[in-house]
Design a protein around this ligand. Structure first.
Ligand code: TXA
Ligand code: MG
Length: 344
């Protein structure tokens, strides 16, 4: 049985203590962060971390991110090897940002999936921060979803997948950002984005002066392929319904293409910009937010993707956004949700 705590209004001190006790006795706890919800366990206990992999059905070769309360703790678990890594820490932590660093032996191999590096993140979320502090251990936490499914951004979605597979579920309301953190690794002295997020390439360029985007971000991964970040090679964020992404720069042509596909499958559900609802010829329309508000789209994205299956139709048609700024992260997720099925 999972125990539920409602902290949407405030953190309840006794329940915080119970949650910390659960972490300290090898339990697993779902908690909100500013990006998405995580399933957390004591990162120093391989038995506790093994429970996360089991609850999610996560492949053993996909490493977890370790969450800390403060920058001062980073060197307890990792080695900062160069000035660029230090600059990234100073610029973007705490925040929706994960830095891959050389790990110390204190972090068990199961956390890093036998890599010699580990992802470190310091959330700004007050609940996440208080939970880490009360537990007094680093918390390993992947996104709160069954492996391959959209990440959990509100408790009602998480409940359907993880009910009774975890000890405690803390409700902190809808998460603020809605997409997972930007994952960065310094490769040959260059900050390289392995997973795009709220911290954009422009943000990194302006603070560090140089940035690279790993070319696998928009590419269809092959399972056996050597990738910098194991998470890239898995089917991800996908609804059960087949999805197609319509990615055309010209707005009118994009709507035209959507209507063309709808005319071939009248029951198809369209996931489009709120401004386009009246211009798309379907009764099955889910608004992903305003085309001019990428923050809104990223915030709603996973609950929108989860809604698709409730229509019980054969096809979902999703409108693409511009691949700039936060749009890079949104398109990275949409391409995977559509399993790289794109109409241009
Ligand atoms: O916003 C977030 O990052 C959320 C919240 C809970 O903090 N966490 C999250 O974790 O999204 P997860 O496990 O769903 O995604 C972690 C990603 C995966 O794609 C994984 O492959 C990559 O980070 N990763 C983790 N450790 C790595 C490492 N040592 N080297 C390369 N990639 C790594
Ligand atoms: Mg995930």
């Amino acid at each position: 049985m999972s125990v539920y705590y409602n902290w949407t209004k405030e953190i309840k001190i006794e329940e915080l203590q119970e949650s910390a006790n659960a972490i300290n006795t090898n339990g697993i706890v779902v908690f909100p962060t500013e990006t998405v919800y995580g399933i957390g366990a004591n990162a120093l206990s391989k038995d506790a971390v093994a429970k996360i992999f089991l609850a999610k059905g996560r492949p053993q070769d996909n490493p977890l991110i370790v969450h800390l309360a403060q920058k001062e703790d980073i060197t307890k678990f990792c080695i900062i090897q160069n000035e660029i890594e230090q600059k990234l820490i100073d610029a973007f932590m705490p925040g929706p940002f994960t830095l891959i660093l050389k790990k110390k032996n204190i972090i068990p191999d199961i956390v890093s999936a036998n890599l010699d590096t580990v992802g470190i993140r310091i959330p700004t979320s007050k609940i996440a921060n208080e939970l880490i502090k009360a537990s007094n251990v680093p918390i390993a936490a992947p996104s709160a979803n069954v492996s391959g499914r959209p990440s959990g951004t509100e408790v009602q979605d998480i409940k359907q997948e993880l009910e009774n597979k975890v000890d405690i579920i803390i409700d902190g309301g809808k998460t603020n950002i809605g997409l997972e953190s930007t994952v960065v690794k310094v490769i040959d002295g260059i900050p390289t984005i392995l997973r795009p997020g709220k911290i954009t390439p422009e943000d990194i360029k302006s603070r560090i002066g140089i940035v690279k985007i790993n070319d696998k971000i928009f590419a269809k991964p092959e399972n056996e392929e050597q990738v910098e970040s194991p998470g890239m090679k898995y089917r991800h964020y996908a609804p059960k319904t087949k999805c197609v992404l319509v990615d055309i720069e010209d707005e009118d042509l994009q709507i035209k293409k959507v209507n063309e596909i709808v005319s071939e499958d009248k029951n198809a559900v369209v996931i489009g910009f709120s401004e386009h609802e009246k211009r798309v010829n379907t009764k099955n329309f889910i608004s992903m937010g305003s085309k001019d508000n990428l923050e809104e789209i990223s915030q709603k994205l996973y609950s929108v993707l989860r809604k698709i299956d409730s229509y019980n139709v054969n096809l979902a048609i999703i409108e693409g956004v511009n691949k700039a700024g936060l749009g890079i992260a949104i398109m990275n997720r949409l391409l995977r949700a559509c399993e790289f099925n794109v109409k241009k």
